[in-house]
Design a binder for this molecule. Structure first.
Ligand code: SF4
Length: 300
């Protein structure tokens, strides 16, 4: 069971002896960061996998579970995956120390997406976040990508030493699936970060990324825009919603022609896969898209 005392002890041990036997075992194993804890036959088993998210190298979860807060959450894949294992996605739980601290055993630089199965700034995780920040601080060779739908909570959840520019190894992003959520970008624009990004996924309507507030374009405080269509089934509880190719084209065109922001088109989603007869299962194969959308830039 998790306890603060256990965590502190673990951190101290790690600082003084990175050659602890079990750390070596972690390092020597086929290590992938996206660890999923599954309950099978009354036992908790651990398996790890590479992420299929095209704009990162790995994903890592400090905790699982979430509550739905906006339209983009309707068919959240975390709930879908939890359903598969008869788990309740609305139960927010910290992962075991073994999973929580696994990034400390990654030695090669890479981009790590935090909490693909939750929201890093969700209130229910307030007691655990300081320990996650310690892991992030102790792995300066990793580039941590934090994407949230709760940017109004970021400020109060930042560590004391975040500074005027943010940690050099942390990118902060907000999801914007409909125009009504563009206020998330306005909120994040006021928070120091070396890279700020917008994820327009699942893209549910046409978006204007060039919004001006108080005489200033919000997008000019950002470095990266990722675009993606919803993937899912045609029927049942985990479906996809329609999207139009013109929505993608507008974002790419606006950003490329009027800003210096990097753009990454991740996937066109299941609806366009069907209507455009794409081969890739969620429209994620760049070569199948109109040439104007074949762009996958990453901030320097
Ligand atoms: S915030 Fe993210 S993880 Fe949470 S329910 Fe919404 S889509 Fe799922």
């Amino acid at each position: 069971m998790y306890s603060e005392a256990n965590t502190e002890t673990w951190l101290n041990l790690n600082k003084f002896s990175k050659s602890l036997h079990w750390l070596h075992r972690l390092h020597d194993s086929t290590y992938h960061v996206d660890n999923v804890e599954n309950v099978a036959k009354n036992k908790t088993i651990y398996f790890m996998r590479s992420t299929s998210i095209e704009w990162t190298d790995k994903s890592h979860n400090f905790w699982h579970g979430c509550t739905k807060i906006s339209s983009g959450c309707k068919f959240c894949y975390m709930f879908r995956d939890k359903d598969k294992y008869n788990q309740d996605g609305s139960v927010i739980r910290r992962l075991s120390d073994q999973s929580f601290y696994k990034p400390l055993s990654i030695h090669e630089p890479q981009k790590v997406f935090i909490n693909s199965y939750s929201d890093f700034f969700i209130e229910e995780a307030d007691d655990w976040r300081a320990y996650a920040w310690e892991v992030i601080r102790d792995t300066p060779h990793l580039t941590w990508q934090i994407l949230t739908k709760r940017p109004e909570r970021i400020k109060e959840c930042l560590p004391n030493d975040w500074g005027d520019e943010g940690y050099p190894n942390v990118w902060l992003g907000v999801s914007i699936e409909e125009q009504m959520y563009f206020h998330r970008a306005e909120t994040l624009a006021k928070i120091p970060a070396v890279v700020r990004f917008i994820s327009a996924e699942p893209l549910l309507e046409e978006l204007d990324m060039l919004v001006v507030k108080n005489g200033k374009r919000i997008i000019d405080d950002f470095h990266w825009v990722v675009i993606g269509g919803e993937s899912g089934n045609e029927f049942g509880p985990h479906r996809y919603r329609p999207s139009e190719i013109a929505w993608y084209e507008r974002i790419v065109q606006d950003i490329k022609s009027q800003t210096r922001v990097a753009v990454f088109v991740k996937q066109l989603g299941s609806h366009l896969r069907k209507t455009m007869k794409l081969r890739h299962y969620h429209g994620g194969e760049l070569a199948e898209w109109p040439s104007g959308l074949q762009v996958r830039e990453v901030p320097e």
